[in-house]
Design a protein around this ligand. Structure first.
Ligand code: GLN
Length: 465
């Protein structure tokens, strides 16, 4: 704390007790600590961690950043929490998020906005939706934190807060106990200060879980391990997708980018310009699929079985349902439910199918690009001239101020969605991706690898960190 200044420290603590450790009733950071088993020495020593508040933890509240779940206590721990505690780690708090993971700034939480600890005298967004998880690591409150990444929610906050944000391949880490936003995309991710720790945590969490129907089966895990063992190498072919080269990167970001590319060339890696044409159309595909899944997932919060229940509106079942949902969900969540229900209705034509077709085309283009075959396909064809890794910026800009972000989104809510353009390709294709900080630029650089090739991704990340 002394390094980041005492006035900053006070602000931080004020915000953390309210927002990062969000317990609407009390200070969760202490409460979690006292109600959980104490950390014992295991593979990761006595490291402490913080979990995003859409990851269920027994005995404490899990609010998902929503009034709808302000009183919700899960009767079970998420598999990820169980695995970490079995490895001797200690859960010390829950972190703020955009309500149900919907957002890119952490300004959509019912409990208020988290501040970005990188900026001492300004109120800047930490990115979203795992903004609390990224801020907690940046402020050294825990060794690492868990977030969830549906379309970039681990990588964007990592980029804004100057920490590592790793989203593994879809299905490698269990989603059991993670409150669903869009289940075909939701992935638990890890935020930390260095790649080595993220890797060690990943090794603990990378397990088949029969409670999660989308968990990657053992047979494919074994196949991937075998391939990675046979083909491991230290010099990579690194593709730069032209669709990701942004005109409006800041001068600082450009110069840091160049330094990274020069470092890679000097280390003997090969750089290769490539193209993934579908990227240009992905935002509409992502927001069609994610909102459709969200509308369906959030239908369980009806004020009767789960969630916010205003005693005053009990007159009829219809009123209970509509009024509790209108009061319990914030405006962005309501917008997504409307969009999703529209997409799923016959009136929308075939938006949903078209979005899925685009997703398939994207996966095909990635398969053509990478050297490593896609282990989910029945034919294993490796491309000797393919790329091992792709590289791009993680975010368009460094973190905006909270006021700037809010006023732009008020003018047009789509501005908030545009931020996701760089992160959703890996989400839609289920690829592993990681954001590594470029300190002088105050934003991150993103690496992506073929589905299942998480180990190569982490190895490459270590070489540029
Ligand atoms: N910003 C994106 C959205 O709001 C991604 C969120 C996420 O990954 N949870 O959908």
């Amino acid at each position: 704390y002394s390094r980041i200044g005492s006035s900053f420290c006070n602000t931080l603590i004020r915000y953390l007790s309210t927002y990062v450790g969000i317990d609407p009733h009390n200070s969760l950071i202490t409460k979690v600590e006292s109600s959980r088993s104490s950390g014992k020495s295991g593979v990761l020593g006595d490291t402490s961690f913080i979990a995003k508040d859409n990851i269920t933890t027994k005995g404490t509240f899990t609010t998902s950043g929503s009034l709808m779940l302000s009183n919700y206590k899960s009767p079970f721990d998420a598999t990820v929490v169980d695995l970490l505690e079995e490895a001797g780690l200690k859960l010390i708090g829950k972190a703020n998020l955009d309500e149900f993971g919907m957002g890119s700034s952490n300004t959509n939480s019912y409990y208020g906005s988290t501040l970005n600890p990188l900026y001492e005298n300004e109120e800047r967004v930490p990115g979203g939706s795992s903004g609390g998880s990224a801020a907690a690591v940046a402020a050294s409150l825990a060794s690492f934190s868990l977030g969830t990444d549906t379309g970039g929610s681990v990588r964007l906050p990592a980029s804004y807060c100057g920490v590592i944000g790793f989203k593994p391949s879809y299905g490698r880490i269990s989603r059991w106990g993670v409150i669903a936003y869009a289940q075909s995309l939701d992935t638990v991710g890890i935020l930390s200060k260095d790649v080595a720790l993220a890797e060690r945590v990943f090794n603990v969490l990378d397990k088949y879980d029969d409670k999660d129907p989308t968990s990657l089966p053992e047979s494919i895990r074994t196949q991937v391990e075998k391939h990675q063992h046979l083909s491991s190498k230290s010099k990579f072919v690194i593709g730069i997708p032209q669709e990701f080269i942004l005109e409006d990167l800041t001068a600082q970001a450009r110069s840091q980018w160049l330094q990274v590319l020069v470092k890679l060339l000097k280390a003997g890696h090969e750089l290769k310009p490539i193209s993934i044409p579908s990227i240009k159309k992905l935002l509409s595909s992502y927001y069609t699929l994610a909102t459709a899944e969200a509308a369906s997932n959030l239908s369980r919060f009806d004020g009767a079985r789960y969630g916010f229940n205003d005693e005053e509106v009990k007159e009829t079942a219809y009123k209970t349902l509509t009024e509790n949902r209108s009061k319990g969900f914030g405006p962005e969540v309501q917008r997504r439910i409307l969009l999703g229900n529209y997409t799923l209705s016959s009136e929308s034509g075939n938006h949903y199918l078209k979005a899925n077709e685009l997703r398939q085309r994207l996966v095909g283009e990635f398969n053509e690009t990478f050297r490593f075959y896609n282990p989910l396909l029945s034919e294993y064809v490796s491309k000797s001239n393919g790329c091992d890794i792709l590289i791009s910026p993680t975010s368009i800009d460094p973190a905006p101020t909270i006021d700037e972000y809010k006023s732009k989104s008020k003018e047009n809510f789509l501005t908030g969605y545009i931020n996701d353009i760089l992160t959703i390709p890996a989400s839609l294709a289920g690829l592993p991706a990681i954001s590594i900080p470029l300190p002088a630029a105050k934003q991150g650089i993103q690496l992506m690898a073929q589905y299942g090739d998480d180990k190569t991704l982490l190895q490459a990340a270590k070489s540029i960190e």
